[in-house]
Design a binder for this molecule. Structure first.
Ligand SMILES: NC(=O)c1ccc[n+]([C@@H]2O[C@H](COP(=O)([O-])OP(=O)(O)OC[C@H]3O[C@@H](n4cnc5c(N)ncnc54)[C@H](OP(=O)(O)O)[C@@H]3O)[C@@H](O)[C@H]2O)c1
Length: 360
């Protein structure tokens, strides 16, 4: 017997297990071959990572893609790269800073004015484990960007999504929600000591609770909403964790880690699946682990918490006041609701010069 048999078989077994593990962790490619010509997709945080790859794949499938990003230089560069790779000219860069309610409102207004429809909204942007930063409006950065910003944006685009039904909203959540807790007494870390890990987990739990409450409120509208954990993906998400900078992690942990993580291209597959597949037609209020529907953590199934989070979020982003002032300022007599919205004025109008509209 050769002395090499044992080491070779050990190596073979380890290698085989690593391949199986990686296949299990990555979850493979979206099985749907759906083409989405004529559909408009809005994706937040699309200049890098999962968002950029999602934009590329959906552009490849013929969609009209609006990339909402805070850094216009990076966004323009990513949009240009995607147009070049896919030969789809309808990929547009548009400014959106989810850490600013003013920016979110301007972005939503632009979409409402310039786009005829929104078939898919992918709330993808995210920030993980940053220091105790605040948004322009004083919210904790992770809650503000990951949850409150997307909460406001989605609500502002709801009429457009309803007009375009059947339409879909996809919220990028995370497995991290399972250790999340919503602290209703101190959502923005103003009273207790800041814990950046817990702040991320709280924001990701908020994504799942928001998904479930929104699905309830959208029953019968033809707009579906689902949350997804994309798997563990090699992106820039860990930029604030310090792991990328340390010598130990890059030399010792990195090779091991790379066996477990997937590329941004594969990381985008769950979002693509939720956005285009026929299987997802009419499916709403669910949580997906990669491309498999799973029950989320018990605290994400708490209906009272979901309702309460909706109310608190509405108040924080100023939607409640708008609802109240609309009620306290009913249409003047003789002025119908229909003429208030005045769809006739927008009907037949072109969606506007898309190219100039989105800054190309
Ligand atoms: N990667 C994973 O393993 C993993 C696992 C579970 C869940 N997720 C979720 O997947 C989503 C995408 O993450 P990723 O891994 O692709 O991370 P990423 O590479 O860091 O990309 C995040 C994107 O969000 C954008 N963003 C951050 N703050 C923003 C703001 N204030 N306004 C607008 N855009 C903002 C970033 O823009 P800049 O480039 O300008 O910063 C970037 O485009 C996140 O919601 C994340 O929580 C990822």
């Amino acid at each position: 017997m050769s002395k090499y048999i044992l080491p070779v078989s050990v190596f073979g077994t380890v290698f085989g297990c690593a391949v199986l593990l990686k296949t299990h962790v990555t979850g493979g490619r979206c099985p749907s071959k759906a083409i989405i010509n004529g559909k408009t997709v809005v994706i937040t945080g699309a200049n890098t990572g999962i968002g950029k790859e999602t934009a590329r794949e959906l552009a490849q499938r013929g969609g009209r893609i609006i990339m909402g990003c805070r850094d216009m230089e990076k966004c323009e560069a990513a949009a240009k790269e995607i147009r070049g790779k896919t030969l789809n000219p309808h990929v547009y860069a548009c400014h959106l800073d989810l850490a600013s309610m003013k920016s979110i409102r301007e972005f939503a207004e632009r979409i409402k004015q310039e786009e005829q429809r929104v078939d898919v909204l992918i709330n993808n942007a995210g920030v993980m484990r940053c220091p105790a930063w605040k948004t322009d409006d004083g919210f904790d950065m992770q809650l503000g960007v990951n949850h409150l910003g997307h909460f406001l944006l989605t609500n502002l685009l709801l009429d457009k999504l309803k007009e375009s039904a059947p339409s879909r909203v996809i919220n990028l959540a995370s497995l991290a929600h399972i250790v999340g807790k919503i602290d209703f007494e101190d959502l923005n870390w103003e009273k207790k000591k800041f814990d950046t890990k817990q702040a991320y987990c709280q924001s990701k739990l908020a994504n799942v609770l928001f998904t479930r409450e929104l699905a309830k409120r959208l029953q019968g509208t033809g707009v579906t909403v689902n949350a997804v954990h994309p798997g563990v993906v090699a992106t820039e998400l860990g930029r604030h964790t310090g792991l990328h900078q340390s010598q130990f992690s890059s030399s010792v942990l990195s090779p091991f880690f790379s066996m477990l993580v997937k590329s941004p291209e594969l990381g985008a597959q769950p979002s693509v699946y939720l956005a285009v597949s026929k299987e997802m037609e009419g499916v709403t209020g669910m949580y997906y682990d990669v491309m498999t529907e799973k029950e989320p953590a018990p605290q994400a199934l708490d209906e009272e918490a979901a309702r309460r989070l909706w109310e608190v979020s509405s108040r924080l982003v100023g939607l409640e006041e708008e609802g109240q002032s609309a009620k306290s300022n009913p249409p003047a007599e003789g002025q119908s609701k229909a003429t208030q919205a005045d769809p006739a004025q927008t009907q037949g109008q072109s969606p506007g010069p898309a190219v100039s509209a989105v800054g190309l």
